[in-house]
Design a protein around this ligand. Structure first.
Ligand code: ATP
Ligand code: MG
Ligand code: MG
Ligand code: MG
Length: 562
C-alpha cells in the first residue's frame, strides 16, 4: 500500500477528550474516529488490526471445535420476555420499535437468540454437545462509555455458546474454551490472568474472566504471587442505594472516629444510630479503601477506614480521590445528579465489601462470591476479615497481591438459566425429556485491540506486536524527490511485496521529520529507510520497539526482515 493513497488522517495534538494512551494514540494515528459517545468508526488501519485480532480468535475457536455462524443484531423482544431479561436487563439494553409497533432490542448478547435456534433444531442427545460462535457488533447503552474502544456502546464481541446433555460434557467444553482463550491472549502478547468472577446480569455460576493486568483497568483482582489463584473483587450490589434528592449538594466531612472498630463503637463516636452506619458505603479510591457514611440528614462523610477496622496501613483517601471515583472532576463539585453519583459509590462499596478483599469469617475466608446478607451479615461487621496485599493466598500458596485488570474475556457455565425458561429440551438415551445444559464464552474483540494498544506504546506512538500490526514492514523513501532514494524505495517495496510481506510504502513528498513521526505513530514493527546512502545501495533498518537501527545493503533486506 502506498501511503500517498492511504486514508490515514493523523493528528499532531493529543485529543482533549481522550485520557488514556490507547485512546489518544488510536485517534492520533488515524485508526479510529468517534461518531458519538462510545460509538466509533474503524478507519483503514484500525480495520486491518481489528481483522487480525478476529483472525486469531477465529483460528483458536475453530481449533477448539467451535463453529462460526452469524446471528441478527436486531432481536425480537418476545425472546427476551421468555428469558425474563426484557424486564431485568435494565437501561443498558437498547430498545426500539418497528413500524408495526413491535418491540425489538439491539443485541447486547445472544443467549436468547441462540437458545431459540437450538431448541427448534436439536431434539436428541445424539446431536449434543454443540458449540457455536459469532464475531459481531453488540450494543450496550453503557452509563459511562469511556476510554475509547475499551468501553463502547457499540462494540465487537466474539460470543460462543455451547449446549450439552451432561454436566461432564459442559465441564469438558468449559476447560477447552479456557485453553483456547489462553492461547488467544498469549498470541496477542498480553499479560493476562484468568480470574474467578461473579456472574453479573447474565446469570448462572462457575465462571472466569480473562483480565489483562493494567493500570487503567476498571476491575480489581486479587491474585497469588505463586499459584494460579486469582479472583475478581466485583460483586452484585447488596446495599440499598441511597438516593439523594436531585440538585442537592454533596459535601464531605472527614470524621475522626478515634479507635472505634465496631459498628456500635463508630455509631457511638459519631452520635448516630447503628442503622446509619449500616447504610455506609465502603469503596476504593485509587486503591485506598474509604468508608463513606451516608447519613439520614443527607450529609456524606468519609472516615478513616483504619479507625473502623484497625487496618493501620490504610491511609485516608483525599477528597480529590473520592471525587475521582465518583466520576466528578476535582474542584467541580456543585449541584450534580446526586442519585446517580451515589449509586457509583455504592457499586464500588459493594465490590470492596464483598469478595476479593474480605471474607466471611476466619474459617471460611474466601476471595470469591462472598454474598453479604447470605454468607456474612452486616450486623457482624467485626467478623469480616479484610484480606490485604501481603496476606497468605487462600490456597496456601504464595501471598495475595492486588492489581487492576481489563476484562477482555469471560467464560460462564450457564447451566439451565436460559434453557429452562426457554424450554430447550432433548430426548436422552432412555427417551426421556431433559433440559439442555449451557455454557457461554465472550471476548471483547475491539476492547482487546485497545488493550493491546494500551500495553504497547511510547510517547511517540503505537508499537504493534507483529501478530497484530497493520503492516509487516514500513518502507520509507526519506526524500521522495531524490531519484536515487525513490528508486531504491520503489525496488524495496516491490521486492517485499513479492516475497509476501504486507508492506506500507511512504512515497509522499513530505519532509523526513513528518514521515518518521507518522511512522512512529502508526507503529509498524520494522522500518526500512532509503536515505542518503541509497545511491551506494545502502539502506537503514529500524526496529520500532527497541529503536535499534543499522545500515545494510539493499540486497540483504529480505534476509534481515525474515
Ligand atoms: P464489563 O464488566 O467491562 O462491563 P461485561 O462483564 O459486562 O464487561 P460480558 O457480558 O462478560 O461483559 O461480555 C463479554 C466481553 O465483552 C467482556 O469480557 C468484554 O471484553 C467485552 N465487553 C463488554 N462490554 C463492553 C463494552 N461496553 N465495550 C467493549 N467491550 C465490551
Ligand atoms: Mg458490562
Ligand atoms: Mg464484567
Ligand atoms: Mg463479563
Amino acid at each position: 500500500m502506498k501511503q500517498s493513497q492511504l486514508f490515514m488522517p493523523t493528528l499532531r495534538e493529543v485529543p482533549s477528550d481522550a485520557d488514556i494512551k490507547s485512546h489518544q494514540m488510536l485517534l492520533r494515528a488515524g485508526f479510529i474516529r468517534q461518531n458519538a459517545a462510545g460509538i466509533y468508526s474503524f478507519l483503514p488501519l484500525g480495520k486491518k488490526v481489528l481483522q487480525k485480532v478476529e483472525a486469531i480468535v477465529r483460528e483458536e475457536m475453530n481449533n477448539a471445535g467451535s463453529q462460526e455462524m452469524m446471528m441478527p443484531a436486531l432481536q425480537l423482544a418476545d425472546l427476551w420476555e421468555e428469558s425474563g431479561r426484557w424486564q431485568s436487563y435494565g437501561p443498558e439494553l437498547m430498545r426500539l420499535k418497528d413500524r408495526h409497533d413491535r418491540d425489538f432490542a439491539l443485541g447486547a448478547t445472544h443467549e436468547e437468540v441462540i437458545t431459540s435456534i437450538i431448541r427448534d433444531e436439536i431434539k436428541s442427545y445424539k446431536k449434543l454437545p454443540l458449540n457455536v460462535y459469532q464475531i459481531q457488533t453488540k450494543f450496550r447503552d453503557e452509563k459511562r462509555p469511556r476510554f475509547g474502544l475499551l468501553r463502547g456502546r457499540e462494540f465487537i464481541m466474539k460470543d460462543a455458546y455451547s449446549f450439552h446433555h451432561t454436566q461432564e460434557s459442559l465441564d469438558h467444553t468449559y476447560e477447552t474454551m479456557k485453553s483456547a482463550y489462553s492461547a488467544i491472549f498469549s498470541r496477542l502478547g498480553l499479560n493476562f490472568r484468568s480470574v474467578l468472577a461473579d456472574s453479573g446480569s447474565i446469570g448462572g455460576k462457575d465462571n472466569h474472566e480473562f483480565m489483562v493486568l493494567s493500570e487503567i483497568g476498571e476491575d480489581w483482582i486479587a491474585y497469588s504471587s505463586e499459584s494460579d489463584f486469582a479472583a475478581n473483587i466485583e460483586m452484585a450490589p447488596v446495599h440499598d442505594t441511597y438516593t439523594m434528592p436531585e440538585g442537592e449538594e454533596l459535601s464531605f466531612e472527614p470524621v475522626d472516629t478515634g479507635d472505634a472498630r465496631t459498628i456500635a463503637e463508630v455509631a457511638a463516636k459519631l452520635e448516630c444510630s447503628e442503622d446509619t452506619i449500616i447504610k455506609s458505603l465502603l469503596f476504593i479510591a485509587d486503591g485506598v479503601p474509604v468508608l463513606v457514611l451516608v447519613r439520614g440528614d443527607h450529609e456524606v462523610n468519609e472516615i478513616k477506614l483504619k479507625n473502623v477496622l484497625g487496618a493501620d496501613d490504610l491511609a485516608l483517601a483525599s477528597e480529590q480521590e473520592t471525587l475521582k471515583v465518583m466520576g466528578t472532576a476535582p474542584g467541580t463539585i456543585g449541584p450534580v445528579n446526586i442519585s446517580s453519583e451515589i449509586r457509583v459509590i455504592a457499586d464500588h462499596a459493594v465490590k470492596y465489601v464483598k469478595n476479593g478483599i474480605c471474607g466471611a469469617n476466619e474459617e471460611s475466608t474466601h476471595l470469591k462470591n462472598v454474598n453479604m446478607g447470605r454468607d456474612a451479615s452486616v450486623e457482624r461487621y467485626e467478623d469480616i476479615r479484610f484480606i490485604k496485599e501481603g496476606d497468605p493466598s487462600p490456597d496456601g500458596k504464595g501471598i495475595i497481591q492486588f492489581a487492576k485488570g481489563i476484562e477482555v474475556g469471560h467464560v460462564f457455565k450457564l447451566g439451565k438459566v436460559y434453557s429452562e425458561p426457554m424450554k430447550a429440551e432433548f430426548l436422552d438415551e432412555n427417551g426421556k425429556n431433559q433440559t439442555m445444559i449451557m455454557g457461554c464464552y465472550g471476548i471483547g474483540v475491539s476492547r482487546t485491540l485497545a488493550a493491546v494498544a494500551e500495553e504497547n506504546n511510547d510517547e511517540k506512538g503505537l508499537i504493534w506486536p507483529l501478530a497484530l500490526a497493520p503492516f509487516d514492514v514500513h518502507v520509507i523513501a526519506v526524500n521522495s524527490k531524490n531519484t536515487e532514494q525513490a528508486e531504491a524505495a520503489d525496488a524495496l517495496y516491490s521486492q517485499l511485496k513479492e516475497a509476501g510481506y504486507d508492506c506500507l510504502y511512504d512515497d509522499r513528498p513530505e519532509r523526513a521529520g513528518v514521515k518518521f513521526a507518522d511512522a512512529d505513530l502508526i507503529g509498524v514493527p520494522l522500518r526500512v529507510m532509503a536515505g542518503k546512502k541509497a545511491g551506494e545501495g545502502i539502506v537503514e533498518l529500524k526496529v520500532r520497539k527497541t529503536g535499534e537501527s543499522y545500515e545494510l545493503p539493499i540486497s540483504e533486506v529480505l534476509q534481515a526482515v525474515k
